[in-house]
Write a protein that binds this ligand. Structure first.
Ligand code: FUB
Length: 316
């Protein structure tokens, strides 16, 4: 029943395909890309900026899904979930991460918790299909602000990113100003041990962990306005060797947030900018009206990363 609903949803494509260029989409504001490769398809989950202008703060209620089989045409599927689908959450559908394990799709995401556990929290939703329907997997937050005390800020436990080792060990990375990680139990729904910190220069937020050959990479938003920096290691537990800037300030927004994927033999860097120009009297992009973009990512022979060249043309 659930599977057929998912198939119906995937068949219900909201519009004709969007051809690639940067930013990818102009009819809707998208931020905090969380890309996943599954079954020859790129699933691009994004936050959804709905602020009426650029002079207040984020207004984000739900997460959107776009898919592509060639990185050049994108199909829009609409919202997969609202922040308030977590009954314990007040709202604020901030950055998320999707990962598949044993045929189930786990959506780890940032939301603002209700006042019994004030501050930002990490929740986890689960579905049998990457299209959903997603439901809160544990009926409570996985991480709450009171579980870490490294900063006085109530937004220091945001931006989850999950990495699964080849031996099946899964780790949840997250944090603002202080980067943290914790092992997950095999069920992906419980913490397995203490929350540890990483040492990463100029760390702000937006952790993303990936591995290529025998190198582990952690990339993250650094400084403010945010660039993307990265570090490398031979182990998921570090030590992490800082390698410098991977992507410069992305333009017309102080935040940045990246996904790194490998798809059909090529590597891609997916990020957001504030680069949508004013159109037909509609407000332009900016700090609270961001838009996702994609460019190629290239490795040097020693495994280090070449700095990303941001383009207007996107993936051709
Ligand atoms: O989109 C809201 C917040 O802005 C995200 O959680 C951060 O990564 C930054 O992009």
């Amino acid at each position: 029943m659930r599977k057929s609903l998912a198939l119906m949803l995937s068949a219900l494509m909201l519009s004709s395909p969007v051809l690639a260029k940067n930013p990818l989409f102009e009819h809707v504001f998208t931020a905090d890309p969380a890309a996943m490769v599954h079954d020859d398809t790129v699933y691009l989950y994004t936050g959804h900026d709905e602020a009426p202008n650029n002079d207040r703060f984020f207004e984000m209620h739900d997460w959107l899904l776009f898919t592509s089989k060639d990185m050049q045409t994108w199909q829009e599927h609409g919202p997969i979930m609202r922040a308030t689908d977590f009954k314990w959450a007040k709202g604020d559908a901030w950055a998320a991460h999707m990962i598949e394990r044993n045929g189930k799709f786990y959506f780890y995401t940032t939301v603002r918790h209700k006042d019994d556990k004030p501050g930002f929290a990490v929740g986890v939703a689960v579905a049998d299909s990457p299209y959903g329907p997603f439901k809160d997997a544990i009926g409570k937050a996985l991480i709450t602000d009171d579980m870490t005390t490294h900063t006085p800020n109530d937004w220091d436990d945001i931006d989850p990113a999950v990495f699964i080792e080849e031996n099946g060990d899964a780790f949840l990375f997250f944090g603002n100003l202080v980067p943290k990680y914790v092992k997950l139990k095999d069920n992906m729904l419980e913490l397995d041990g203490e929350i540890k910190t990483l040492t990463l220069p100029n760390f702000t937020e937006a952790l993303w962990v990936h591995k290529k050959d025998d190198n582990y990479y952690v990339s993250y938003a650094c400084e403010f306005p945010e660039k993307i920096c990265y570090a490398m290691s031979k182990s998921i537990h570090g030590p992490w060797q800082y390698k410098g800037i991977l992507n410069e300030i992305a333009g017309n927004t102080e935040t940045n947030h990246q996904s790194i994927i490998e798809f059909k033999g090529k590597s891609y860097f997916i990020y957001h900018t504030g680069a949508v120009p004013p159109r037909d009297g509609k407000p332009s992009g900016g700090r609270f009206r961001r838009s996702v973009a994609v460019d190629r990512l290239y490795y040097n022979e020693d495994g280090s990363l070449k700095r990303v060249v941001m383009t207007t043309e996107g993936i051709q």
